[in-house]
Write a protein that binds this ligand. Structure first.
Ligand SMILES: [Zn+2]
Length: 133
């Protein structure tokens, strides 16, 4: 039996979950999977520019675990970019807080986020302010 892993806390789900290189038919594409916890690690460390220490605290994991997650996440992305593979974002070992669902009045996209990310009210597609529903 695999060792049970501690859940990583995630506050954002991805607004976009599939990326593919242009001009390559799907059947010919290799695919890599970026898990939701890896996505969150990249978002915190590389987009929000938090230190590993701060990001690990937000995800409620050790700094060493965070280091392993982000290392794997970067390798996965580089593999896709260098070798022309599609990227699917799904799965992983994570748990979210209480969820809120928002919907954009401009483009109708809906998305969810947890209470710990209450600042995230802008539509991931068109950047208009979203509305609770
Ligand atoms: Zn929108």
């Amino acid at each position: 039996m695999p060792r049970p892993q501690k859940f990583r806390r995630v506050t954002h789900t991805p607004g976009f979950t599939y990326f593919k290189p242009q001009g390559i038919p799907m059947p010919l594409l290799d695919e890599v999977v970026l898990t939701i916890d890896e996505f969150e690690a990249l978002r915190l460390a590389d987009l929000q520019a938090l230190s590993h220490e701060e990001a690990a605290t937000k995800m409620k994991i050790s700094r060493a675990t965070f280091g392993r997650i982000i290392e794997k996440a970067r390798q996965t992305l580089v593999d896709a970019i260098v070798n022309g593979k599609a990227i699917r974002i799904e799965g992983g070992n994570y748990r979210m807080g209480k969820m809120f669902e928002f919907q954009c009045k401009s483009c109708n996209r809906s998305w969810k986020f947890s209470a710990a990310a209450a600042e995230q009210k802008d539509c991931p597609r068109c950047k208009q302010r979203g509305w609770s529903r």
